[in-house]
Design a protein around this ligand. Structure first.
Ligand SMILES: [Zn+2]
Length: 315
């Protein structure tokens, strides 16, 4: 298979309610019953294979959410055990990280009957220990680094994410010391696409016109260096909870962080949710489809690209 024009559509599945700005089991149920079917239909319509990163929490709560992707040939991967702020991988000790990685792998493998080797950290928060913890827990692929993406203070763990600016742009074998650098570890990093601004569902919904410019830039880059397009969407963006009244819950303890990470962010993040998000997503997919990209899973991409290279255990 040619690996020159590849589009990796990735999905983070969790109980986060964008409308309520918190984690909610009821939202998880809506994700299962409304968000996931819409996503799966759009992938079937275009005959697309993609990768789903599930939190262990939602998988345990609604195992069906994992099972429904299997028949369609999508990949099951881990989005950690919990999406709670205090369980960010940059917050947890090495031991806790290993526990969360092992536990979520076990839950997903039990439900799916398939080996899980891919990981994406909740809120993309990782630290110096995460690479080692991934190796220790038997993972082979990470997709938590968004090279050359600048989040400023609009996301949690913003300071550590400055390392993204200097991370390699093309997928790479990571160093055993750091996921942000190249090296000889068994872990392959598949960075999320970014053009300083993130290329993902949230930006697509908030700035649809800018996203149009972004996908053109990413296509241009691909024609030069064959970098795969890595898009990130959440099935919770395809549900609409706006019929329920809300008050924005406060997750940050400092005023500045509260203002930007809770208040403003919460207002922006609810733009174009539900069916509008689906239409915008359809437009992104069509763009790359018309440019003859192949849509495969992250695992397939890594197997096609990195097989035979160094490492103790290849994918
Ligand atoms: Zn997430």
């Amino acid at each position: 298979m040619s690996v020159k024009k590849i589009c990796l559509l990735t999905n983070d599945v969790e109980t986060t309610s964008i409308w309520f700005n918190c984690l909610r089991d009821e939202t998880g149920l809506k994700v299962l019953q409304e968000g996931m079917p819409l996503l799966l239909d759009i992938y079937s319509k275009y005959n697309i294979k993609s990768t789903f990163y599930f939190t262990g929490y939602i998988a345990k709560l609604y195992p069906q959410i994992v099972k429904i992707i299997l028949k369609r040939g999508h990949e099951v991967a881990s989005h950690g055990l919990s999406h709670k702020k205090e369980h960010g991988f940059d917050q947890m000790s090495y031991k806790q990280q290993v526990h969360h990685l092992r536990e979520s792998k076990m839950i997903l493998e039990d439900i799916s009957g398939k080996e899980v080797i891919g990981f994406r950290a909740p809120a993309l928060r990782v630290n110096e220990d995460t690479g080692k913890a991934l190796i220790e827990s038997g993972y082979l692929i990470d997709s938590s680094i968004a090279s050359q993406r600048f989040d400023w203070f609009m996301s949690f763990g913003g300071r550590k994410k400055l390392k993204w600016l200097s991370s390699p742009r093309l997928p790479y074998r990571t160093s055993s010391e750091s996921l942000f650098k190249k090296g000889n570890s068994p872990i392959i990093e598949v960075p999320l696409s970014a053009t300083l601004l993130p290329y993902l569902g949230t930006t697509m919904r908030i700035f649809p016109l800018l996203t149009r410019l972004q996908h053109r830039l990413l296509n241009l880059e691909n024609s030069i260096n064959h970098k795969p397009i890595v898009f990130d969407i959440h099935p919770n963006e395809l549900i609409d909870e706006s019929n329920e009244t809300r008050s924005i819950s406060r997750r940050s303890d400092q005023l500045f962080a509260y203002l930007f990470q809770d208040l403003i962010r919460a207002q922006l993040k609810v733009k174009n949710l539900g069916h509008k998000a689906l239409d915008l997503y359809d437009r992104e997919i069509k763009y790359f489809m018309q440019k003859n990209y192949q849509f495969i899973t992250v695992r397939e991409y890594v197997e096609n690209t990195f097989n035979g290279s160094q490492g103790n255990r290849s994918v």
